[in-house]
Design a protein around this ligand. Structure first.
Ligand SMILES: NC(=O)c1ccc[n+]([C@@H]2O[C@H](COP(=O)([O-])OP(=O)(O)OC[C@H]3O[C@@H](n4cnc5c(N)ncnc54)[C@H](O)[C@@H]3O)[C@@H](O)[C@H]2O)c1
Ligand SMILES: N[C@H](CO)Cc1c[nH]c[nH+]1
Ligand SMILES: [Zn+2]
Length: 428
């Protein structure tokens, strides 16, 4: 990791820019994929699966027999772990379902909001470099709590045309049976526009690599709803002298191993920790099966020494990390100072991977600085909040003049008339 000492505030915006993988024309590549899928449907999906996933796909949909086989291949231990994670994630998201009470804004005028599920939702489950079955829990649980009727799942197959058993088991555990072996930008295009095999959905959810994230951005421009820009994973750690270098290194590596386009950042006000963390990184890296990926990510990553924890937090607010770890004394005292972050982990024992899998919070989170304006996936992502209002004659008498005056000032006479015509009747 590159070491930086007290980078001046004037340079923070530049430092906060994520590494861009050398992919000229990403827009063109992804636009071309989307257009082809739109025009050629399943034929294009098969072509792209052959090109990128190296399998000549026949049937796109996973069969009941494949699901049954997968169920028998998953260990009892993993099934048990998935069930514990399910319970925690369910509990946390169920509490997000709040029924708002009607509000009387004036006598005779009552307004309220109601959550109504989005009917057809598409879930993208990453599977290029690791089979992220945990993402199914993160997306399908809030979708089911919201009451989404149709849940369609897309995930890439491997070179043998199969999908990791844990992915199929988790989908089946949640009662999802519309599973398609399509990944990347082509899956997003299929969900956005529909093909012969894959139904069009109302909103697309889920994280993914740069092709997936770009595809979501492009279909959104065409009016398709998406959850949020959830690209390559990242973590920023803030540590003081009470932190444990081995813990910090483990957390940095946990996100570094996702893929080479990830970035991890370490900030501290305690200089000796920089060297200690570097040593721990080297030691732990040598034991990791995905050391190659993680090492490349570390080359795109950095540590910075600042004067104080407050300065570290100021920098973090500019960087707006997907995950923020506060490995400092009394971390809760700093919560109000955090302005931009996807998900925050407090104290030496709140490791980020707990949130990735099982503590209860959602792991589909904004990356690339989007935590400045987006929240992670939640129950709310799966509902529309429809407003209702009831106005009695007395209510219209109370509000009427206000509306008439405002409509007149906007020179919208028909708006004004809609009130006046009623008031006339009430007053007669
Ligand atoms: N932000 C979040 O909430 C979050 C959560 C989980 C994972 N992630 C991120 O998701 C990503 C998963 O990436 P992944 O690659 O492992 O899986 P993926 O499923 O996102 O992408 C794999 C697909 O990419 C397509 N692809 C690969 N090379 C291509 C090329 N040259 N041109 C066009 N398409 C190509 C293929 O179709 C392949 O099926 C990681 O970056 C990880 O960090 C983010
Ligand atoms: N860290 C990822 C979100 O950025 C989520 C994940 C899934 N599995 C492991 N990690
Ligand atoms: Zn992770």
């Amino acid at each position: 990791m590159k070491y930086l000492n007290n980078t001046p505030r004037s340079e923070w915006q530049i430092l906060a820019k994520r590494p861009v993988i050398e992919k000229r024309n990403l827009d063109d590549i992804v636009n071309n994929i989307i257009d082809k899928v739109r025009i050629m449907g399943d034929v294009a999906l098969r072509e792209f699966t052959l090109e990128f996933d190296e399998f000549n796909l026949g049937e796109l949909k996973v069969s009941p027999a494949e699901i049954e086989k997968a169920k028998s291949q998953v260990s009892e231990e993993l099934k048990q772990a998935i069930s514990v994670a399910y319970n925690n994630i369910y509990k946390f998201h169920a509490f997000q379902k709040v029924t708002e009470i009607p509000v009387e804004t004036m006598e005779g005028i009552t307004c309220w909001r109601k959550n109504v599920a989005i009917e057809n939702v598409g879930l993208y489950i990453p599977g290029g470099s690791a089979p992220l079955f945990s993402t199914i829990l993160m997306l399908a649980i809030p979708a089911q709590i919201a009451g989404c009727k149709n849940i369609v799942l897309c995930t890439p197959c491997d070179q043998n045309g199969t999908i990791n058993p844990a992915v199929l088991y988790t989908a089946s555990f949640l009662g999802i049976n519309q599973i398609y072996k399509i990944g990347g930008a082509q899956a997003v295009a299929a969900l956005a526009y529909g093909t012969e095999s894959i139904p069009k959905v109302d909103k697309i959810f889920g994280p993914g690599n740069q092709f997936v994230t770009k595809a979501k951005e492009l279909v959104q421009k065409n009016g398709i709803a998406i959850d949020l820009p959830a690209g390559p994973s990242e973590v920023l750690v803030i540590a003081d002298k009470n932190a444990d270098a081995e813990f910090i290194a483990a957390d940095l590596l946990s996100q570094a191993e996702h893929g080479t386009d990830s970035q991890v950042v370490f900030t501290t006000n305690y200089e000796p920790l920089i060297e200690q963390v570097n040593l721990a990184l080297e030691k732990q890296l040598s034991t990791l099966p995905r050391a190659g990926l993680a090492k490349k990510t570390l080359e795109n990553s950095f540590s910075v020494l600042f004067n104080s924890v407050d300065e570290c937090i100021d920098f973090s607010n500019v960087y707006a990390p997907e995950h923020l770890i506060l490995a400092i004394e009394n971390p809760t005292e700093y919560c109000d100072k955090i302005l931009n972050a996807g998900s925050v982990f407090l104290g030496n024992y709140a490791c980020e991977s707990a949130g990735d899998y099982a503590s209860g919070t959602n792991h589909t989170l904004p990356t690339n600085g989007y935590a400045k304006s987006y929240s992670g996936v939640s129950y709310d992502s799966f509902v529309k909040k429809i407003t209702f209002q009831k106005i009695t004659p007395r209510g219209l008498q109370n509000i009427g003049a206000t509306v008439e005056i405002m409509a007149q000032a906007e020179q919208l006479t028909a708006h004004k008339n809609a009130v006046s015509i009623r008031l006339k009747k009430i007053n007669n």
